[in-house]
Write a protein that binds this ligand. Sequence first.
Ligand code: VG1
Ligand code: CO
Length: 542
Amino acid sequence: MMRTVATTPFQDQKPGTSGLRKKVPVFQQKNYVENFVQSIFDSLEGFQGKTLVLGGDGRFYNRDVVQIVIRMAAANGFGKVMVGQGGILSTPAASNVIRKYQAFGGIILSASHNPGGPHEDFGIKYNAENGGPAPEKITDRIFELTKKIAQYRIADLDPVDIDKVGAVKAGDMTVEVIDPVSDYAVLMESLFDFDAIRAMFKGGFRMRFDAMHAVTGPYAKEIFEHRLGAPKGTARNFVPLPDFGGHHPDPNLVHAKHLYDEMMGPDAPDFGAASDGDGDRNLIIGRGIFITPSDSVAMLAANARLAPGYRKGLKGIARSMPTSGAADRVAEKLGIGIYETPTGWKFFGNLLDAGMATICGEESAGTGSDHVREKDGLWAVLLWLNILAVRGESVMDIAHKHWATYGRNYYSRHDYEEVETDRANALVADLRGKLAALPGTSVRGMKVAAADDFAYHDPVDGSVSRNQGIRVLFEGGSRVVFRLSGTGTSGATLRVYIERYEPDKTRHGVDTQVALADLIEAADEIAGIRSHTGRNTPSVIT
Ligand code: VG1
Ligand code: CO
């Protein structure tokens, strides 16, 4: 029944910011999935007889890979696989299940916000026993193993029926098919004041939640409409589809433009939100106002005590380096620690485990807390709802008051997608070469105070991660940051992050791109974006 199969390595199975991501046809190559999954198992020790959590965002190829992982887990000696019904588990829900049932770890199948379908993206990620993405030392080990793998183990088993909740045997191993939503909904009920939110909906509060035909649909239906009594139709596009209806399940102003337009329109509801393919990102829009993810983490942190789960206050706040400094000012006022990490949720794990940070955030629409070890889209939406219910004010009022208290960090990210890899690498190499000479010079009348390639020294385990993004800091606190994406699957994506701090509240009403215009030009002057990429404008502005 158990077979050991000879195989030859691929050389491209390097996990990026968030696991291994490739086009579906790449994953469909013979032994491609098997090699990677065996390398994950080979990088681990002591899982014999233990539990593996398994689920994904429901995209094309999800079901096939679920069956492969089950057969390989059985052959490698796991005692049990807990799989979400239909192969579905959102990323934060998977993190919760790993923690709640003290599993050894989990495999999450997702390419997050990237499109799905036979010619689109797929991904595999390993999460450790704390429920969080494997740290770099494990992903590095996995990559090394993929380069020399010679065999994998797999059991000859009939496909397991993953659509019926309950336990079945797969060889010597148990497969327990679980409801993907219920444990997660219970966790949310333990953190937030559901009575207050229910009363708010009862009082006529209107909300739109766009699940973008991705994994959060069933979660949103259950939590907003069933448990919180929001009117039917509050959750939209709530049926997960293998190709996300042909759209990018990316909750930003480009791919969720219809929601943005509705929220800016004459009959806008009170609150609009969306999440991504695997449910870990969030988009927050109030009536007439978009809240940037960087501002959202700051505003959530400033108001967190209004939710029962955070009544005792926060231990600290962590944000990724490119995320704006808005949260820093909240941490300062609260007298708690603020930590700046590289991009990617895996870098928050140690801070959360050590009890140094309670709330974390990334500029890329990721917000979360120590309730799990992943960013969590619906968590952010629920914390906003809890705050709105208690304060009884609009999102707009809350934002304006926040800026008046802390100042406003104008912030934007410009992405140049599918740039030829050589050209993107040349831009970065050029920029690195220029760094040392930048401080003291002036660009468009702004004096450069410092420039470096961000290196992170993990305060918990002492590990060092270098080359995590090039930052150019100007006098007065403005900055531009450049880095290449680690999640793309075709060519390179250059991300340029632009930030300016405005303390004066009479100047808080300016359009973001206008407020940042000088810095946007300075970024081009410093990095030669147009000449290197051959592009005049970014593909996506968020
Ligand atoms: C992007 C974001 C990063 C996020 C990562 C995974 O990475 O910038 O903040 O953690 O995606 O998000 P990159 O390397 O492309 O910039 V998700 O929702 O894919 O799990
Ligand atoms: Co995601």
